[in-house]
Write a protein that binds this ligand. Structure first.
Ligand SMILES: [Zn+2]
Length: 446
């Protein structure tokens, strides 16, 4: 395989800063960083910023569509948006031992990005198989829903949760528990009240999942996790209250990590999107949006994912009202431009910090660093080149997803990826796939 050199980019290197240099790549790996490097093929990116390939640690595939089709299409959509690795949450009542090898094969065969998996632990049988998943399948992250999705995912109680956290702790420092932190009892009471008053808007929906339900569960998860001694990752934190709680909890619990999502950082409950933005947890008050940005800046929040669920408008069913609409939305293809528009360009959010929360931190937390998450010799040659000044209107048709809408349709966003390099090859240029990309299942070790 030939030697590629990315010329004169402004490399955004987490922990180091911005360095103007060339990057040499061979056999899918970065081989050198320096001045005046030459190769068989040179890619000129003078003046543009180059980030390590981004990791979306939180997406879902195959919930409402065919898993094989989404494995191919939604990962390709991710790649167009500068994301070169995805963490896929998988769930279901069946023990994963019985079928998950096939899912891993599917990732090898069809995914455009690299893929790692998190497994939802919902039953005692799955709980007892956790060591098998970690030791034999190379899957080291496990999800618990303190509050599930009615009809789809059951809640786990605190006892089941503590037992699971203890099993994860027993696997050592590389395994981690992921928790959807909301208190289902507070949600039930709040939901009854909103029903009684005839609530029907996106803001009413927010009231069914009060901010307090998230804060309470965040505190309880951190406490139980402290008892168990495992590492804990709180998914999709959405409220100012949780960020404030993290300020108290993180100094006490050093193994606690927290994620928010690019939609929570850009949309609030007063959005004119209406019930197309129906979600669990819901979009919140504008003060929470600002608190999430603060939390990302100060380090209380560690990562940015999307919680991408691919849906069509028909399945979404916004016309069915707040009690009938389906939660979820596609977001993996717009995550980087949203972060560049609302963060780097809109709020002076630091670009090096963006590379941390969208690449280095998820890589470290999930045991993929330094193969992923940085620009350094020996790391995978996954890179994304961004133009901070490019303004483009979002059209879902151009995102390459199976979904027939985007939350950002018609919006002008400033700051876009212009080149995605996966395994040393340019695979996306100006939003278009220019070469076939093939990703792999990333097996993790304990
Ligand atoms: Zn999710």
């Amino acid at each position: 395989m030939s030697k590629q050199v990315l010329k004169e980019g402004r490399l955004v290197i987490p922990g180091i800063g911005i360095v103007e240099a060339d990057v040499a790549m061979e056999n899918g790996k970065i081989t050198a960083i320096g001045q005046g490097l030459s190769g068989d093929e040179e890619i000129a990116v003078a003046g543009k910023y180059v980030l390590p390939g981004l990791i979306d640690p939180h997406i879902h595939l195959g919930i409402f569509g065919d898993l094989a089709e989404e494995m191919e299409k939604e990962t390709a959509s991710a790649l167009r948006g500068g994301i070169t690795t995805v963490g896929v949450f998988m769930g279901g009542p069946k023990p994963y031992r019985s079928y998950f090898m096939d899912v891993m094969d599917l990732a090898d065969a069809r995914a455009a990005t690299d893929v790692f998996f998190h497994l939802a632990i919902m039953t005692p049988e799955q709980q007892s198989e956790i060591p098998f998943y970690a030791q034999e399948l190379g899957i080291t992250s496990f999800k618990l829903y303190m509050s599930g999705i009615p009809g789809l995912i059951p809640d786990v109680d605190d006892g089941f949760m503590l037992q699971t956290l203890e099993i994860v702790a027993g696997l050592g420092e590389k395994a981690i528990a992921c928790v959807h932190a909301e208190n289902p009892h507070l949600i039930r009471v709040a939901t009854e009240r909103v029903r009684a008053r005839g609530g029907e808007t996106l803001a009413d929906w927010a009231d069914t999942h009060p901010n307090a339900a998230e804060e309470d569960a965040v505190r309880r998860a951190a406490y139980l996790n402290g008892l168990a001694g495992s590492r804990l990752y709180l998914v999709h934190i959405s409220t100012a209250e949780s960020v404030r709680a993290l300020a108290e909890l993180k100094p006490r619990y050093p193994k606690l990590f927290a994620e928010t999502t690019s939609p929570y950082l850009s949309i609030d409950k007063f959005s004119s999107l209406g019930l197309v933005a129906h979600m669990v947890p819901p979009f919140r008050d504008p003060a929470s949006v600002e608190a999430l940005w603060q939390g990302l800046t100060t380090g209380l929040l560690d990562t940015v994912g999307t919680d991408n669920v691919t849906l069509t408008l028909d399945l979404k069913g916004a016309a069915k009202g707040i009690w009938g609409a389906m939660p979820g939305y596609p977001a993996v293809g717009t995550s980087l431009p949203v972060m560049l528009n609302y963060g780097v360009n809109g709020r002076d959010f630091d670009l090096v910090r963006l590379a941390e929360v969208m690449s280095k931190n998820p890589a470290k937390i999930y045991g993929l660093y330094p193969r992923k998450g940085t620009i350094a010799p020996g790391s995978d040659a996954d890179l994304v080149v961004v133009d901070l000044d490019e303004v483009k209107t979002v059209r879902h048709e151009e995102l390459g997803s199976r979904a027939d809408f985007s939350l950002y349709d018609g919006q002008n966003l400033k700051g876009w990826p212009v080149l995605t390099i996966k395994g040393g090859r340019v695979v996306v240029k100006d939003g278009q796939m220019v070469a076939e990309a093939s990703g792999r299942f990333l097996k993790r070790s304990l």
